[in-house]
Ligand binder design. Structure first.
Ligand SMILES: Nc1ncnc2c1ncn2[C@@H]1O[C@H](COP(=O)(O)OP(=O)(O)OP(=O)(O)O)[C@@H](O)[C@H]1O
Length: 263
């Protein structure tokens, strides 16, 4: 059985009976990277959050999500808390909201790692990941309050936290959208260098170049549905669904326009 098996997942807004995610299925093996692409509002974030039990109670998840043979749909909040950080780590689009503004960054990192590491080890691990994230002056970042760091720095702190947790699944929802291109490239190189058979990554991105360079498999979402799920080479070379073709064509047209400008 695959490491992650998502079968017929639907997410319904109980208040309006709107079905926001419809019958999405995909599988992921340990060591693989899944890219999720699709236009804004197509259900990418809701699907990711369903894997972490992070959607509000009025959004009801049906279907099956099995991580390492454990069924996640229907878990209690207490059970979700044990899963988050231990089995699955998440990187959100917005680094600023991920941290408590009243607590220094270092203390929040150490708190998140305390189950596995002593305070001293947690600090050492944190500083190591800060350096890998290209955060100059890791000690200063460690001692800073969130508001003293830029959005891009906080984003890198959040990625450092997800990686330091050493979970077997990392879900990254637009992890680099707040970063400048230089740091985007560095983080993507880092994600690529971390590819091994010990962890899997799900990455949501509007940047098809990022997905093409990292992903082994791709899920294309449109209006809440998974319209195509394929290996990355198949999806990028011979997309089957008309919407996948449209997404790739749009991207190509943008690159051509850029290349015409810099020629
Ligand atoms: N908390 C919520 N309550 C009700 N509806 C929601 C909620 N969050 C998202 N939705 C709706 O569900 C649909 C899918 O939203 P989702 O955030 O998953 O899209 P997305 O593909 O991640 O978009 P983006 O690329 O802009 O982040 C949208 O129609 C959105 O308005």
């Amino acid at each position: 059985m695959s490491f992650l098996v998502v079968e017929h997942v639907s997410i319904t807004d109980r208040r309006s009976q709107n079905i926001l995610v419809k019958d999405v299925s995909f599988v992921l093996e340990l060591g693989e990277v899944l890219g999720i692409i699709g236009e804004s509002g197509s259900g990418k974030s809701l699907t990711c959050k369903a894997l972490l039990g992070l959607n509000p109670n009025y959004l009801v998840t049906a279907g099956s999500i099995q991580l390492d043979k454990e069924e996640l749909v229907g878990k209690s909040e207490g059970a979700w808390q044990a899963i988050r950080g231990r089995s699955i780590a998440m990187v959100f689009q917005d680094g600023m909201n991920a941290f408590n503004p009243m607590v220094r960054i270092g203390a929040q990192m150490v708190e998140s790692l305390h189950e596995r590491l002593s305070a001293l080890e947690a600090k050492k691990t944190t500083l190591m990941w800060f350096e890998k994230m290209g955060l100059c002056e890791p000690e200063r970042v460690f001692n800073a309050y969130p508001h003293a760091l830029s959005g891009g720095m906080l984003q890198r702190v959040m990625i450092a936290l997800a990686l330091a947790q050493e979970t077997r699944l990392i879900i990254a929802d637009e992890p680099t959208s707040a970063l400048d291109v230089i740091h985007q490239r560095a983080i993507m190189d880092l994600f690529a260098s971390l590819k091994d058979n010990k962890r899997s990554l799900m990455i949501v991105s509007h940047d098809l170049a990022i997905v093409a360079s990292l992903a082994d498999k791709v899920l294309v979402m449109k209006e809440g549905e998974g319209v195509e799920f394929a290996s990355a080479p198949t999806l990028f070379r011979a997309p089957k669904h008309a919407y996948s073709r449209y997404l790739l064509q749009t991207r190509k047209a943008l690159i051509q326009r850029y290349e015409a400008c810099v020629r």
